[in-house]
Design a binder for this molecule. Structure first.
Ligand SMILES: Nc1ncnc2c1ncn2[C@@H]1O[C@H](COP(=O)(O)OP(=O)(O)OP(=O)(O)O)[C@@H](O)[C@H]1O
Ligand SMILES: [Mg+2]
Length: 406
């Protein structure tokens, strides 16, 4: 059973924790936040060390983050959840302090339960990892995140549109859970699709200290206004030369330890970097346009992946620009590729506008058949009512915002 400790001055939060856990947690006596893990353990009355610590920051945000960082350094197998009402703005500092998840002080019982379940999974996996790494030879540490790669044989079929919307949708469904990686190392345009001006890019993540140190890696992430973390592509195509497949593989592995969802946007075809991503991929989103070259290309890609034995258990075939007026039916497509189509995305007038503005449809929440289908895609990975929720006020409904092309 997971051992959970809560520090809070809020009787209401204690009450909701009771409902969420059936009373299976320990609330520390009210008082100032302990300065470090040792002080917190001293208040446990000889109870065993917890797996999950929930720290309600109240108005002492800095102290709470300090305490979280100390847990991360001294007791990395304990998962820390921060209770804070500061929204996405605290996300990056919380992540740097090793915080696993953030709960709003008014979080509903179902949200509390979900975050605690997730934290206990992580705590268990972290606790297991050293034993596995040092114990059974050849056994890999247990990873906790899903790596979802969006691939297609041809260019311009909607990979970036789909990956940015999927990542935003997952980030809105479970705050601070998702990182999007732009693996289109030459001409990646995730930054543009999300209207971001990143300080750091993929190049910084795979070279130097960030490639070896998770804490450092986190400080290089770019935070999007929906709470999504992003690793943008190199600023110029020349940057691609400094990135190897092995580095990509290592990066994705590190991210899968830290995030529930790692969404990967790729360049067309099976480049060295895409193949390296496939090695870490748990869920493959195979995308094609509804035309003969696109569908034939997908058939070849499926055959190649089968030959390379690179198929994941979980794969999702997505047809974009669906339109039967071009003479191809769904049945034709399925017969050609030899497998079923999981999701159809209509050609939509809302997409070019959203790409040009840098605001994904799942962020703006614009009503459109494409938005509806993209929500369905998110639901395949994060089922439940949270996944389909529309953005809250302040989470990104922007109208008429100007953007500067860089
Ligand atoms: N369902 C859709 N309806 C209308 N336009 C779309 C749709 N999907 C994508 N587009 C448009 O098609 C263009 C290509 O999309 P996108 O950049 O997502 O493709 P891509 O596969 O990432 O391309 P590349 O291979 O060059 O990276 C964009 O201008 C986008 O706005
Ligand atoms: Mg693209």
């Amino acid at each position: 059973m997971t051992r959970i400790v809560l520090t809070t001055a809020s009787a209401e939060l204690v009450e909701r924790m009771h409902h969420a856990t059936g009373g299976a947690f320990l609330a520390l006596p009210e008082g100032p936040l302990p300065a470090d893990p040792a002080h917190l353990f001293a208040q446990l009355d000889n109870a065993p060390a917890p797996d999950v610590v929930v720290i309600d920051s109240g108005s002492a945000t800095e102290q709470a983050l300090d305490l979280a960082a100390r847990f991360d350094q001294q007791c990395p197998s304990i998962a820390v959840i921060l209770v804070s009402d500061l929204g996405p703005e605290i996300g990056l500092s919380a992540m740097r302090a090793g915080v696993r998840d953030i709960l709003h002080p008014a979080a509903e019982i179902s949200d509390i339960r979900m975050v605690l379940d997730r934290a206990s999974e992580v705590a268990q996996a972290r606790g297991l990892a050293p034993a596995l790494a040092g114990g059974a030879p050849g056994s890999a540490p247990v990873r906790t995140g899903r790596v979802i790669s969006v691939v297609s044989p041809k260019g311009g079929v909607g990979k970036t549109t789909v990956s940015t919307n999927l990542a935003v949708g997952l980030a809105l469904a479970a705050p601070h859970s998702t990182v999007l990686v732009d693996l289109d190392v030459q001409f990646g345009d995730v930054a543009s699709a999300l209207n971001l001006q990143p300080e750091h890019s993929l190049t910084d993540m795979v070279n130097g200290p960030a490639s070896r140190d998770t804490m450092m890696l986190k400080t290089f992430l770019t935070l999007h206004e929906t709470g999504l973390y992003v690793i943008c592509g190199p600023p110029s195509p020349a940057g691609a030369d400094t990135i190897s497949g092995a580095q990509v593989s290592q990066l994705l592995e590190m991210l899968a330890w830290e995030f529930r969802y790692v969404v990967v946007d790729t360049a067309p075809g099976l480049s060295e970097h895409t193949l390296a991503a496939m090695d870490q991929t748990s869920d493959l989103v195979l995308l094609t346009s509804m035309d003969v070259p696109g569908v034939r290309g997908l058939r070849k890609e499926l055959d190649t992946l089968t030959e390379l034995d690179m198929f994941t258990d979980s794969r999702h075939v997505v047809l974009n620009f669906t339109d039967t007026r071009g003479g191809l039916s769904l049945a034709d497509v399925e017969a050609t590729i030899g497998t079923g189509v999981d999701l159809m995305l209509p050609r939509s007038k809302a997409v070019p506008g959203s790409v040009n503005q840098g605001i994904p449809l799942l962020q703006s929440g614009v009503r459109d058949p494409m938005t509806k289908q993209l929500r369905r895609l998110v639901d395949r990975f994060a089922p439940g009512p949270a996944a389909t929720r529309r953005p809250r006020r302040g989470e990104g409904r922007h109208r008429g915002r100007r953007r500067v092309l860089r």
